[in-house]
Structure formats: C-alpha cells, structure tokens
Design a protein around this ligand. Structure first.
Ligand SMILES: NC(=O)c1ccc[n+]([C@@H]2O[C@H](COP(=O)([O-])OP(=O)(O)OC[C@H]3O[C@@H](n4cnc5c(N)ncnc54)[C@H](O)[C@@H]3O)[C@@H](O)[C@H]2O)c1
Length: 329
C-alpha cells in the first residue's frame, strides 16, 4: 500500500513514518520542511506546498494523510490569516484532489482543541464543539470539509488528538509534558500556570498506534475519533512529571503553582476509538517521561529554536512577507 503524508516531516510524521516502513508501507511525503528533515532515506519527497499538488500527483496513492498546517495556538494567534489558509483551506484542497484521484482513504490530524472550554464533563464525539479561537475553529473546518466528501469509495477518518508528548526525531519542546521536562532538567523547576484545568494527553507511541489503526481500519469505517492516552489536570501532570524524574534520575524538582485563567479546558471519552478502531492506549505520564529521559541526549540543546514552533514560525513568516513584498515590487 502506498501512502502520501502531507506534513510528514513534522513531530508526528517523523515518529510515525519509521513504524509504517517497518510494516511494509511505501511512504512519500509532501512538506515545506519548516523544521528540517529527519526522515529515513527510503521516504520519497515531494518538495512542494500542498496547494501545488494536482489530482495527477495523488493518483499513485491508496491513502493520503494530512499532518501539516500551523500546529498550535501560538502560531495561529500570531498569524490568524495564514492559520485559516494552512489549517482549513489546505486540508480541504488535499481531500478534494485525493477523492478525485480515487484515493481510498483520507486521514485528517484533528485536535481535541475543537472542544474549546467545557464544563468538566467527559466529551464524546457527539457533543457540540465550541472553540472560539483561530486554531480550534480552523481544525474543525478542515475536519468538516473532508467528512462531507465521504462516500462508498472515499473513507475519511479524523483523529481528534489530545496534546502529544514524548520523543520524536523532529523534536518539539513546546508541548505540555515536554515543556515541563525541559524546565525540570534545566532549572530543576516545573511551573504550573493553572493546576485545575483538564487536558487529554497522548503519548507519541500511542499517537503512532492511532494512525496505524486508522490506516488499517476496514474501508467502510469513516468518522471522527477522540484519541488520548488519558485525561489529567495540569496540576496532576506536574506532580507525575516531577515524581517520574525524581524516581529515575534522583534529582529533586521544585513545583511553582500559579492560577492564570486558560481558555481551553476539556476531557474526552475515547470509547469510540476503542470500539471501532481497536485503539487501546498503552502509555501514561510516567512512560512518556521515561521515553524523554532515554532520548534526552538527542535534544539537550534545549534552546534550539527548531524545538519551538512559534520561534521558528516567526522567522519563516517574516521571510514569506519579504518574498511577497519582493514579488509585488
Ligand atoms: N502535536 C500535537 O500535540 C497535536 C495535537 C493535536 C493535533 N495535532 C495536529 O497534528 C498535525 C501534526 O502535528 P505536529 O506536531 O507533527 O506538527 P509540526 O508543526 O511538527 O509539523 C507540521 C509539518 O507540516 C509542514 N507543513 C505545514 N504547512 C504545509 C503545507 N502547506 N504544505 C506542506 N507542508 C506543510 C511543516 O513544514 C511541518 O514539517 C498538525 O495538523 C496538528 O495541528 C497535533
């Protein structure tokens, strides 16, 4: 089976693709390489923007997977207009040409961010979504555009993922557990901005499993699936990261608790993914921290801007503006 992965050189793709190659899949990637390229050599590369792809480009593939776009709130807030182009228009266009090219399945990287601020109840996929900020709105737009194209020959699976953490060859240190880990290792301190808000968290290896289950699901399956390793308050995550580091490395870690208002608060049910996709998470905060400790030597240059999406994106964005101005002259 041949797969095209848009945004495959990112944090998720760089961990997922080696596992797909192990399972015998042929994988090509289309990516702008904002954060470099750590992909295995066997991966074919289409070095272009999603918008430059044509229906003919999609014809060789059995499935297309969208992992691209602006992948967090700070990037989306920094450039809301680009956010809507990259996160809503790009996945819609890719799904459209994939369907026309007779690609059989489209898998979309959605996010639990679509739920916005909820009232401490467990949300399943039937509950209303209510995000009022650019990232959450755009992730929902991408999801809805693809899902309305579903028919007997075109399956769409949207994975609403919790915040991922853990090691990937393309590392990010701007995600909850990874950020706490970095600060604990560097400053011996973890700062909790709001201990009471809820977040669904997803270990990287569980995220990889979710994509494999989606790729290998029966062709008749389409729909939206919440995917998480578990729901935690941020205060509990801090406690668990602290105790995992202290237990494994013997280094005492100090906690600083603040009470800053947050505009996201949600916990999700993953029963549908368990029952329909056979997705059973195997990771928790302790194993995610263990994974980070094992691989720490590969990302100990903590301040590398490539590990922070917003730091890198600000540079890319100013380059894009300069190119646009040069063209206009
Ligand atoms: N990381 C998480 O915690 C998380 C949680 C929920 C959902 N998601 C979603 O999962 C997907 C993958 O997340 P990630 O953390 O791997 O992101 P990432 O930022 O590490 O990678 C995104 C990749 O997409 C590429 N890209 C962006 N726009 C492109 C375009 N128009 N054409 C070609 N390539 C393009 C970038 O160069 C980059 O390599 C994203 O869609 C994100 O919104 C991520």
């Amino acid at each position: 089976m041949k797969l095209l992965i848009a945004g495959g050189a990112g944090y998720v793709g760089s961990a997922l693709i080696p596992k797909l190659l192990d399972r015998g899949y042929k994988v090509d990637v289309v990516d702008l390489f904002w954060f470099g390229n750590r992909l295995p050599r066997q991966v074919g590369v289409l070095n272009k923007d999603i918008f430059q792809l044509t229906e003919e480009d999609l014809q060789p593939y059995d499935q297309a997977i969208f992992l691209a776009g602006l992948s967090n709130d700070p990037m989306a807030e920094y450039s809301p207009s680009k956010n809507f182009v990259f996160n809503a228009a790009a996945p819609s266009y890719l799904a459209y040409i994939a369907k026309r090219a007779k690609v059989k399945r489209y898998i979309y990287a959605s996010s639990c961010s679509v739920y916005g601020y909820t009232e401490n109840e467990l949300y399943d996929e039937t509950r209303p979504v209510s995000s009022s900020y650019p990232y959450g709105i755009s992730k929902l737009q991408g999801e809805q555009a693809a899902l309305q194209m579903v028919d007997d020959n075109f399956s769409v699976i949207a994975l609403r993922k919790g915040t991922i953490s853990g090691y990937s060859p393309r590392m990010r240190l701007d995600l909850i557990i990874n950020t706490m880990f970095k600060n604990a290792m560097r400053e011996r301190t973890i700062t909790i901005n709001n201990p009471s808000i809820w977040r669904p968290l997803l270990g990287m290896q569980d995220a990889v499993t979710a994509y494999i289950r989606a790729i290998e699901a029966n062709q008749k399956i389409s729909g939206v699936f919440n995917v998480a390793s578990g729901n935690f308050t941020v205060g509990e995550v801090g406690d668990l990261v602290k105790s995992a580091i202290e237990e494994k490395l013997g280094t005492p870690i100090h906690l600083v608790i603040k009470h800053i208002q947050d505009f996201r608060n949600y916990k999700v049910s993953i029963e549908k993914a368990k029952n329909v996709l056979s997705f059973h998470p195997a990771h928790d905060v302790k194993t995610i921290v263990g994974d980070l400790i094992t691989n720490m030597d590969k990302f100990k240059d903590w301040d590398n801007p490539l590990y922070s999406n917003i730091a890198t994106f600000k540079t890319i964005d100013s380059d894009l503006e300069i190119q646009a101005m040069a063209k206009a002259l």
